[in-house]
Every structure is written in structure tokens, then in C-alpha cells.
Ligand binder design. Structure first.
Ligand SMILES: [Ca+2]
Ligand SMILES: [Zn+2]
Length: 234
């Protein structure tokens, strides 16, 4: 089974992220709701209503590989009020954030050290909690034949990680009240579909909808923008 994680990419960034989250103080800022959760732990709870976030890729091969997987999700994010586009090739460093409002895709062999795990995070602890992009490290094992992944899982994973970089966290919660938040324990639609941000392996399984956000995830994006506006962040 494919697994995913949201916490860290590597190096210096980890220490910052793990140790010093900026508290959210404004009463008007909401950080979680039904089927969505924002990245309060990393100090990112808003997204700019005016800037455009650009997804870039470490190589041309990656750009060609991932852009089609992201197209539908990018449209949905824009429809929700967050300006997002796929861009070109850009050098990146897994231990540091890139240019402002960039989401940098890279491939790494087991970025978390665990087979099948990919990772992503927003640049942590931004002023006012306003996200400025982040880093995505896709496990290279999906592509070298050592970790076969179903197509819909792969597409959902790529979108899931991108949304982490924008500021969405896992919405898993203890629905069955057994005292533990379990893998896959997320709200679901009447058809059994869970948020693409549900960990692990959320999102639609159908050909028509793989790689798309559910309404739960869209509500999270909308809240990132609403939180910025509520605080007067541009
Ligand atoms: Ca539980
Ligand atoms: Zn995740």
C-alpha cells in the first residue's frame, strides 16, 4: 500500500518545522472543519488571495510527468479562489524553500526513509500564517518499478502532496471514538469517497475523478483564502 506523509522533506527545514509553529491568534481564523484541516502545526493557515502560486519541477522529465496529473486539481483550486498554475523547470534544494509562492516538485529515493512514502510541506512559520509555497518530494520508487502503484493512487498522491505545500493537512480524526486516529479514518461521502487529503490513499478511485479534490478539500482551500481576508493579508 502506498503511504504518504506530510511533515518534512529534509535537512534544516525539518528542525524549524518541528520546533516552532507560529500560534494562530485571530479568532476569525478557522483551521479545521468537516473533512479538511489546515497546517496549523507548521504555522500556515492562510493563502494569498492576490498572488499566484506556481508549481515548478526539478527537471523537464518531471514537468512532463506531473503536469497532466495536476491539471484538474489546479482548475479546482482556482475555482475555489486560490490562484495556482503549473510552471516550468527550476533548480530546487530539499533543505530550503524556493522563491516565494513557488511549489517545487522533486523526486527523491524514499524521502522519508520508508519504502513508498512521499513527502511534502508548506514553507513553515510564515508571518500571519500566510503560505508562500513549499516543497514536494515524490518517492522515485513509483517510477523505477520497485513500488508499483495503481494509476488513481498515483494521481491522487501527486495532488495530495501538492495540496500539503499549499497548506492542507490530513483531516483524519477519531470517528469511531476508540481513542486512536487511524490510517484512513476520515469522513466519507455517501459513495464512500474520502478527501484526497485523507491519509493514506484518499481521493476518488474512478477514471473520471482520479486526481480531483473532493468538496471537503475544496472547502479547505476556500478557508485558506478566507483566513487571509479575515486578517487583511494580501
Ligand atoms: Ca479511531
Ligand atoms: Zn499527506
Amino acid at each position: 500500500m502506498l503511504k504518504r506523509s506530510c511533515i518534512v522533506v529534509a535537512g534544516a527545514l525539518i528542525a524549524v518545522a518541528a520546533c516552532t509553529a507560529t500560534p494562530v491568534s485571530a479568532a476569525s481564523v478557522a483551521t479545521k472543519g468537516t473533512g479538511w484541516k489546515l497546517t496549523s502545526e507548521l504555522g500556515v493557515t492562510s493563502a494569498s488571495p492576490s498572488k499566484t502560486y506556481t508549481i515548478t519541477f526539478g527537471t523537464e522529465a518531471m514537468r512532463k510527468r506531473y503536469t497532466p496529473y495536476l491539471t484538474a486539481a489546479v482548475s479546482q483550486v482556482n475555482a475555489a479562489g486560490l490562484h495556482l498554475r503549473t510552471g516550468g523547470v527550476e533548480a530546487n534544494d530539499p533543505s530550503a524553500c524556493g522563491p516565494a509562492y513557488h511549489i517545487q516538485f522533486m523526486e527523491m529515493y524514499r524521502p522519508l526513509g520508508t519504502p513508498g512514502w512521499s513527502q511534502a510541506m508548506p514553507c513553515p512559520n510564515q508571518p500571519g500564517g500566510l503560505g508562500r509555497g513549499g516543497l514536494v518530494a515524490i518517492d522515485s520508487e513509483y517510477w523505477d518499478g520497485t513500488w508499483p502503484v495503481k494509476d488513481h493512487v498515483l494521481r491522487n498522491t501527486v495532488v495530495h502532496e501538492m495540496l500539503h505545500a499549499l497548506g492542507l493537512d490530513h483531516p483524519n480524526r477519531d470517528i469511531d471514538k476508540d481513542g486512536t486516529v487511524e490510517p484512513g479514518e476520515c469522513v466519507a461521502t455517501s459513495y464512500g469517497n474520502k478527501p484526497v487529503m485523507c491519509s493514506p490513499n484518499g481521493g476518488y478511485g474512478t477514471t473520471a475523478n482520479k486526481g480531483k479534490l473532493l468538496a471537503y478539500d475544496v472547502n479547505g482551500i476556500k478557508q485558506l483564502i478566507a483566513n487571509a481576508k479575515a486578517q487583511g493579508l494580501k
